[in-house]
Design a protein around this ligand. Structure first.
Ligand SMILES: [Zn+2]
Ligand SMILES: [Zn+2]
Length: 131
C-alpha cells in the first residue's frame, strides 16, 4: 500500500471539504466575503479570498484582482487597508478617541443584485487616503 498516496488523497479530499465550507454566502458581496474570511482565516499575502470569490461566483471577471490592486489591494487585507472601508453610517464613535471606528461586529452584507456580481455592496465605500 502506498501510504504517501493515501495521505495525499485524504489531503485533497479535506481541501475540497474545506473549500466548500469557505464558499461565499448567497448574495454575499466580494468584500463582505473577503472580510469574513480574513477575520476567520487571515491573510496569506495574496488575493486569496478575492480570487476565491471570483473563481466560485464569477470566473470570467478576470479584472477583479487587477481592480483590487489598482486601489492598493495587493493582498486581501490591503484591500481593506488601502481600498475600501465601511461606509460612514456603519462606523461607531469611539468615546475615548472621539474617532469613528469600525464596529466590533461587522454589519451584515447588504447583498448584491446578481450572484455573479463582483461589486462591493453598499456597506463599503472607497477610502481616500492622503499619502
Ligand atoms: Zn495581507
Ligand atoms: Zn457586502
Amino acid at each position: 500500500m502506498d501510504t504517501g498516496r493515501v495521505i495525499r488523497d485524504a489531503e485533497e479530499y479535506l481541501q475540497e471539504v474545506v473549500w466548500e465550507v469557505l464558499a461565499p454566502h448567497p448574495r454575499e458581496c466580494v468584500l463582505c466575503y473577503a472580510a469574513r474570511m480574513l477575520e476567520e482565516h487571515g491573510c496569506d499575502e495574496t488575493l486569496r479570498w478575492v480570487g476565491r470569490f471570483r473563481a466560485l461566483r464569477s470566473p470570467r471577471a478576470t479584472g477583479l484582482e487587477e481592480r483590487m490592486r489598482r486601489v492598493g489591494g495587493f493582498c486581501d487585507c490591503e484591500v481593506f487597508l488601502n481600498g475600501y472601508g465601511l461606509a460612514r453610517e456603519h462606523l461607531v464613535r469611539d468615546l475615548d478617541t472621539d474617532e469613528l471606528e469600525p464596529p466590533d461586529r461587522p454589519p451584515p452584507c447588504a447583498g448584491v443584485a446578481r450572484m455573479d456580481s463582483t461589486r462591493p455592496c453598499r456597506v463599503w465605500e472607497r477610502v481616500r487616503r492622503a499619502w
